[in-house]
Write a protein that binds this ligand. Structure first.
Ligand SMILES: [Zn+2]
Ligand SMILES: [Zn+2]
Ligand SMILES: [Zn+2]
Ligand SMILES: [Zn+2]
Length: 523
């Protein structure tokens, strides 16, 4: 740890670190599952077994893999259990019968501090969390006040004064704890990056931010012993030299600069000084359109209707108004569709289906915001339609969307970035799904996705690429974690399937009466 000139404390490499190496692996100081995942994930180890979770008979709110996980969590859950019961009793409605993950996580932090003692290193590390907030925005103040009230109620205290047993002596101390909590939490994610809750680690909170990070934070689930899970790991995405600062990203780095800066300012109250935010020369693929001369180059996507220049052939063209319009309506559609994706799936899918072709015809590149985000959302919406009635058409459309999403992500993210690796694995698995009604004509195989054996071959190749990337993003030492293991299993079964197919051709050829000359190009 060193103090850097720009960002205060930071973590630096002592020795050379290779891409795919695990830099830090630890169990977070505290974590809590988001309410909607309480009945599908273990509250002790955060695993998500397909079945067999046991419910706590006291609060009937949290679930565990087995008696061992329940026992591991009991010292803290003992206190949490009755708090949950009391909270539910006074809840105004069923939907509010469980406090938010932030409140439950804060509760666990305070009980743990009380249990371990205020002088323990655990408590001191929590107390050393730094607040990034200098000037609180009204929205943040309101949110923190709300959190403080909920926490006092959850802990079963009748006044803030009773907080002294947790080492909190004033309302100011409580607000301070909450603002430090809010700016230092990390999403607890599944092995395929679905956010399932919140977590706190004072050590990992020391990493400074860059929009072009050299490390990522993941939960690969690689340990044999569930008592060690959930393990938070910081993994190198690039080779890092000694004395270089190790930087992670606090936000979604596929967003264009203006949105990244707004997000950082909003939650962390700083202006990013990273290279990506200060590189004015290059065309940022996050804000780009294809060159109108079809040279294959990218031009900056102008939102102000001015002229722009192609980065490849240097043609200068006045920006058609359609681009600014597309960017604006695309952003509106993205916000709308994201907000209703759970409550009104049909309408959200209609929105993404209608808007994507408009953005594509305006010339936006697959990596351009909001086209990339809309493509990702469209894929998620199509995937969740699978349970109803899966047709060949739906499956093929999902595969095409997943492929476009991969193209956009690979333009922006480093080889091995976990987001990119997960998208590639998803595409590979989609290609491996049994086709409901495979095409029979040869012509169909010229199109994407192909049908029959060529499709299986594409699935295989995509999964091999995904596995190579997962080995970086989820750690080589972890063998890519749970996702890496899962891809390997799919690859083994695809190898068998492809083997049967190759053997079939081999046998057919041997049955021919005369030896036949194979055209190398043709096969
Ligand atoms: Zn468990
Ligand atoms: Zn309980
Ligand atoms: Zn930046
Ligand atoms: Zn050009």
């Amino acid at each position: 740890m060193r103090v850097s000139s720009v960002a205060g404390r930071g973590l630096f490499a002592k020795n050379p670190i290779k891409a795919g190496s695990v830099i830090i692996s630890l169990r977070p100081h505290s974590f809590a599952l988001a309410s909607q995942y309480l009945d599908s994930h273990c509250s002790a180890c955060a695993a998500a077994p397909n079945s067999g979770l046991l419910r706590c008979t006291g609060c009937r709110t949290v679930w565990y893999c087995n008696a061992t996980c329940q026992k591991n969590d009991w010292l803290l859950h003992r206190l949490e259990c009755s708090a949950l019961v009391n909270w539910a009793k006074s809840a105004p409605s069923k939907s509010l019968s469980v406090p938010s993950d932030a409140v439950r996580c804060l509760g666990r932090i305070l009980w743990q501090k009380e249990r371990k003692g205020f002088d323990s290193s655990w408590s001191k590390e929590i107390d050393a969390l730094q607040s990034h907030l200098h000037s609180l925005q009204p929205r943040v103040v309101e949110n923190n006040t709300h959190l403080a009230h909920s926490l006092v109620r959850y802990l079963g205290l009748s006044s803030p004064g009773e907080l002294s047993k947790f080492g909190i002596s004033s309302a100011g101390d409580l607000t301070d704890l909450i603002s430090r909590f809010v700016t230092n939490t990390f999403a607890l994610t599944s092995p395929s990056l679905t956010p399932v809750g919140v977590s706190v680690s004072p050590l990992v909170a020391l990493f400074n931010h860059s929009c072009d990070p050299d490390a990522v934070i993941v939960f690969p689930r690689s340990s044999q012993n569930s008592a060690e899970e959930p393990r938070m790991q910081v993994i190198a995405l690039k080779n890092i030299s000694p004395h270089e600062e190790i930087l992670t990203s606090y936000i979604d780095t596929t967003l264009p600069r203006s949105l990244r800066q707004a997000a950082l300012q909003d939650t962390y109250d700083f202006i990013c000084q990273c290279k990506l935010c200060h590189d004015d020369k290059k065309v940022d693929p996050r804000e780009s359109v294809w060159c109108p001369t079809s040279c294959g180059g990218m031009c900056p996507a102008p939102s102000d209707g001015k002229i722009f220049q192609c980065a490849k052939c240097h043609t200068v063209v006045p920006a058609p108004e359609s681009i600014a319009d597309a960017l604006r309506i695309g952003q509106e559609a993205l916000e709308k569709a994201s907000s209703i994706q759970v409550t009104n799936h049909v309408k959200a899918l209609q929105l993404t289906t209608n808007i994507i072709p408009i953005l594509v015809s305006a010339g936006l590149t697959p990596s351009c915001h909001p086209l990339l985000a809309l493509t990702g959302l469209h894929k998620t919406l199509l995937l969740s339609s699978f349970s109803e009635d899966m047709s060949q058409e739906l499956l093929d459309e999902t595969i095409r969307t997943a492929a476009k999403h991969c193209v956009g992500l690979s333009t922006l993210l480093l080889d091995g970035h976990p987001v990119r690796a997960v998208a590639l694995a998803e595409l590979g698995k989609l290609l491996a799904v049994d086709e409901p009604s495979p095409a029979t004509s040869l012509a169909a195989n010229v199109a994407f996705p192909p049908s029959g054996p060529p499709r299986l071959k594409a699935a295989y190749e995509t999964l091999v690429r995904a596995r190579n990337e997962v080995m970086i993003g989820f750690g080589r030492d972890n063998d890519g974690g749970e996702l890496g293991r899962n891809i390997r299993e799919t690859l083994v079964s695809l190898e068998k399937e492809l083997g049967v197919w190759t053997q079939g051709i081999h046998n057919a050829l041997q049955d021919l009466p005369k030896p036949m000359k194979m055209n190398n190009k043709g096969c």
